[in-house]
Design a binder for this molecule. Structure first.
Ligand SMILES: [Zn+2]
Length: 217
């Protein structure tokens, strides 16, 4: 069987107002130092069990697909999130397109799908989104982004009514960062910071973000 030849990994990264978690293990600020242990500088990337940075390597642009569940009024905002990363990295790192024909559930299907979820589990109600990444050895092969539209409202790029809502642009920049391998960065200037308050814009990658990505891309 194919799987017999690979050790495959799944990691769930979430963004929310409280603490931060990954599947099967609570991950708090500070614990990331443990994840950073290894023989290669992590550059704020998720690392394999042997300390290698987990990324798409040369398989770029990384293609994200807006699934049919996502309201079309948010397409431009999601595309812009990719454009922000591409502009800051000065290369075509991420591409985004809509495909309403894909009705897949989040899973290991090699489609990097963005989902609008309206029936979020109650016990995870504080999570704004969650990105699941899967890799073999240290190369990513699947990344899915789920957006919690059950417990949160979002505002599109350019929308002026932001009170009590989450910046979808900021959120998507953050989740796409996870989707290409970055973990949380415990620095408020980073778009990969663990928490995003409602009505707050964090849509300009900082030097720590672009320096980190530059280690792999
Ligand atoms: Zn996150």
């Amino acid at each position: 069987m194919f799987k017999a030849f690979y050790i495959s990994f799944l990691l769930i990264l979430v963004l929310f107002l409280g603490s931060c978690g990954k599947k099967g293990l609570t991950l708090k600020i500070g614990d990331q130092d443990v994840l950073a242990l290894g023989n290669v500088d992590s550059c704020n990337f998720v690392q394999s069990a042997s300390g290698l940075r987990v990324s798409w390597k040369s398989s770029t642009p990384v293609k994200f697909i807006i699934g049919s569940s996502v309201p079309t009024k948010y397409d431009a905002t999601i595309v812009k999130a990719a454009t922000v990363w591409n502009n800051y990295m000065n290369r075509g790192l991420i591409s985004v397109h809509r495909d309403n024909t894909l009705t897949n559930s989040p899973g290991d299907d090699r489609y990097n799908l963005i989902y609008w979820v309206t029936d979020w589990p109650d016990e995870q109600a504080m999570e704004q989104a969650r990105t699941g990444i899967r890799w073999d050895v240290s190369k990513l092969r699947d990344a899915d982004i789920k957006i919690n539209a059950d417990n949160f409202e979002f505002y599109a790029d350019g929308e002026t009514n932001t009170t009590g809502k989450v910046s979808l642009l900021s959120l998507m920049i953050h989740e796409m960062g996870h989707g290409i391998g970055l973990k949380h960065i415990n620095d408020i200037v980073s778009v990969m910071f663990t928490h995003l308050a409602t009505g707050t814009e964090r849509s300009s990658p900082a030097k720590v973000d672009t320096d980190s990505l530059g280690c792999e891309y």
